[in-house]
Design a protein around this ligand. Structure first.
Ligand SMILES: Nc1ncnc2c1ncn2[C@@H]1O[C@H](COP(=O)(O)OP(=O)(O)OP(=O)(O)O)[C@@H](O)[C@H]1O
Ligand SMILES: [Mg+2]
Length: 269
């Protein structure tokens, strides 16, 4: 075995980097250790309803009495706070610690709380995105939770990759719209998750109905042999009011109840 003295400066630097990464992973695992289930909501395609699903799923679970938090890891375009109509930032009782505030009984953590102007474009390179996600996780005191719902940004680059590599989630719920182009991107995200040896818990088809059609979710479910978690119809109520739609529309509430039933089955397996 090589002794400390024989290592070149390059070898030593590499080793230190590995140690630092390992240490950070350990800290992240510890900070998330009081959470029973950690679920990512993801799709390669933008605008398919990931944030809408994350918020309504979190609120539905909280309504059933579970302790729930939502973590918006869309660092450059965070939208969870908008959908929740929530603008109370986390409290910070001491330096380096955030205690998330709650909305509709869901604890909320999002980069949106740290943007000075919500219309400003945040242009961050990969390592900055990775650091921001790691930092937010490490500084947040989540407390005991039954569910942490993680709302991912679209794409298959730095944000999703960091989540896949560091948060050690139970698995991912994939959202697709009925259209072919969305189906293709959902398939890409499933392949990325599989490549990184993570679990796909199931697939949800959103915007389903006569206007955009239906069936993409079922096709993907059959292609990959993954559970079809539910179908969410296109519904004008998502545009109305200042509450998540599960709290105002009984059809939507029922759709989410079915998803929660399927999700619970998958989490037991
Ligand atoms: N089933 C639905 N019926 C009608 N409108 C919907 C439905 N689901 C989502 N929407 C609307 O579609 C828009 C996009 O949804 P959302 O922001 O949740 O998508 P996203 O996948 O998170 O987007 P991004 O990739 O930008 O993060 C929102 O205005 C939302 O209200
Ligand atoms: Mg989103």
């Amino acid at each position: 075995m090589t002794s400390e003295k024989q290592r070149s400066p390059q070898e030593e630097a590499k080793l230190n980097q590995i140690r630092a990464t390992f240490q950070k992973r350990k800290q992240i695992d510890e900070s998330l250790s009081n959470i029973k289930h950690k679920i990512g909501v993801y799709s390669g395609k933008g605008g398919v309803g990931k944030t809408t699903v994350s918020v309504n799923l979190a609120v539905s679970l909280a309504n059933k009495g579970y302790k729930v938090a939502i973590f918006d890891v869309d660092i450059d375009c965070p939208n969870v706070t908008n959908i929740l109509h929530h603008n109370s930032p986390p409290s910070s009782p001491k330096e380096g610690v955030f205690i998330p505030s709650s909305r509709f009984d869901v604890k909320v953590m999002s980069m949106a709380f740290f943007h000075e102007n919500e219309e400003e474009a945040t242009i961050w390179r990969g390592p900055m995105i990775t650091n921001a996600i790691n930092q937010l996780v490490l500084m947040t005191e989540w407390g005991e939770l039954d569910y942490l719902i993680v709302d991912l940004p679209p794409g298959t680059s730095d944000g999703p990759l960091t989540v896949l590599q560091t948060l050690n989630l139970d698995g991912f719920v994939i959202v697709t719209a009925p259209q072919d182009i969305s189906k293709l991107d959902a398939i890409r995200s499933i392949n990325m998750i599989k490549k990184l040896n993570q679990k796909v818990l199931g697939i949800i088809e959103n915007f389903s109905g006569t206007i955009f059609g239906s069936g993409a979710g079922k096709e993907i479910s059959e292609k990959f042999n993954i559970p079809m978690m539910g179908t969410l119809s296109l519904n004008a109520d998502y545009r109305r009011g200042n509450k998540p739609t599960v709290l105002t529309n009984t059809t939507v509430k029922e759709e989410y109840n079915k998803i929660i039933e399927q999700l619970s089955k998958e989490l037991i397996n």
